[in-house]
Design a protein around this ligand. Sequence first.
Ligand code: GLC
Length: 755
Amino acid sequence: MIFKKSGLLVLIFSVIAFVGAHAQQEDAAVVERRIEGLLEQMTLAEKAGQLTQFSDVGDVTGPASADASVQKKRELVKSGLVGSMLNVVGTENVRALQKIAVEESRLGIPAVFAFDVIHGHKTMFPIPLAEAASWDLDLIEQSARVAAVEASAQGLNWTFAPMVDISRDPRWGRVMEGAGEDPFLGAEIAIARVRGFQGDDLAAEDTIAATLKHFAAYGFAESGKDYNAADIGTVTLFNVVAPPFKAAIERAGALTVMNSFNTLNGIPATGDAYLQRDVLKGDWEFEGVVISDWGSGIEMIDHGFAADARDAARLAMNAGSDVDMESHVYAEYLPSLVESGEVALGDVDDAVRRVLRMKFKLGLFDDPYRYLDAARENASLMTPEHRVMARQMAEASIVLLKNEGGALPLGKGERIALIGALAADKDTPLGNWRGRAEAGSAISVKEAFAAAGVDFSYVEGAPVENGEASFPTEVQVNLTDRSGFDAAVAAARAADKVVLVLGEDAYQSGEGRSRANIGLPGVQDDLLKAVYAANPNVALVVMSGRPLVLTWADAHVPAIVQAWHLGHESGPAITDMLLGKVNPSGKLPMTFPRSEGQIPIYYNYLNTGRPGPRPEVFWSHYTDEENAPLYPFGHGLSYTAFEYGRLRVRDVDGGVEVSVRVQNSGGREGREVVQLYIRDRVASISRPVRELKGFEKISLKPGQRKTVRFKLTEEQLGFYDGRGAFRLEPGAYDVFVGGSSAAGLTASFELKSGR
Ligand code: GLC
């Protein structure tokens, strides 16, 4: 009887699944028919319009267009000849433009409204690099979900995030926007973010289309200088740069991809047919929309790749860049390029189909005003629940880099000198890409100290910068004003302990913010040394959008905390961590160098033919610097301790199982990121000395043990060769398990067959 019942249930569910799938196919067929119907009616100018995206004239996030094109832009929008807009925010503003597109244009095709929702929209979460330091995929997905709820409530249906550029160069200001140096961690985080943004139904009013950016290798800008050329081999392209893009398309269904400003091996990405047509749309079968970056089409003239604007339009379209953001070249030149045969009508139609499909998926054809509910807008922004989630994310993102002699947590009743401009700064924690957050609205460390009843005195010590910083303007770093040093030294002397909050202003990292010297900016290094001389019991809290060179601090200061730019809840999260109410659990997603001369520096390097150390000079090293970083990828301490043992490797169906027992050997509950690395000892290309292939963030009470199991599949054991072909080769592998990429617990196994 039970069998009959379960058999009947299986039958019922199968029928439901079949009907569901069939209905989806039906829906898709109907959509395709509607798209073809529109295409048949559209003029070439209207098709070019669908492939054109303009920014609202007010809030620009790139080089502002000249006046004349602003007027032209307005006319095109007015005529409904603009497929999408960016930087138009708010149900009222969006409705005004959507009404024109839908009710005044000839075909009434709705527009899509995009915005850079990078780490929150109204409620600021930690910058993406900080979130990556949490290694907590659930929290990261939740963070993107909150951002989508708030952004969609303001009429937006498309975000230009997640940025998934892998980078090994902290001089590059945009490392703050990504997930660090590792392709495996980067891929998992890209998937979590896309799922958070897109949810299960893109037509739902609280989900938005995601954008994987910037395709490709933008993070390999030479010398860490933004927009600079990137020259990498195809082994690095396919094994380091590509995985986050490919994984988020295949496993999270990312709807759009943005190409990048840089040349890759001499070809501007926007004009690179190999990248966009052969790899992305060809091998990976990407069916979504490819959008250019801001003006990256017209910038191919400066690259010396396009002769003029018309040539730029031709090259971009022929290379597979579907939508032109702020180059003003598709609307202007595509019709004549098709008429002259320099661009195939089929390519333009394919691009338009992709854009129209996106609009159907977003539900905009069913209801162009779906995202425009003023009541929802007011109810959804900066809610208490969102603040709680931002706090959880901030707490999980803090990395304890050093903690000697129990310097932290702060002892009860200790008299604290809180020093540093950033300790009172309510704006910097909001980070560089701060969406619609109100300037100066974060809770500062100083405010949180007061709220927590800490016995402290506050002294600024020295301003980080002179004057106001902003998104498009250079920060004027304070290089001379030391007038607050004496007061800081006096406060340090009078205190039991010093909490010194130093680092970067929000606008010292992010786009256009490369730094050749990545120490503490301005006079802060001198302030650190002056305060330390007065009282060596210093807990240094570093706020930054990138790894900084902290070598002097590491050699002197007992405790160092990496506190990034943590968003609205920065102050309380840092304070609760310093007081011991929160046990830090973050791990570095990017290597911290000892000096700029080591850069690029990363954990998954190749061994070279002359590893060391050796007694003579003929090995790969510096004569004046160590090879090792200051803090390695995956590093992060806790207020408790974790011990690893019983590392076991065994063959299982479909791969190899690695198990390890982890114990909390300390006195308080804590969370640990258990990390699994492999080394493929011999292969047809040289493989890195270590590669992250698994991680799990676990919570353990004092004395508690847990066995963590990882499965290494062919996908994780294989690699891509220089032609982008996947290879799995038999041979010996080492595994390393522990709390950082320097994990010492190791075992090995033999892979008997490949493919
Ligand atoms: C910027 C950035 C890109 C952003 C776009 C729109 O220049 O490179 O990441 O999404 O323009 O703001």
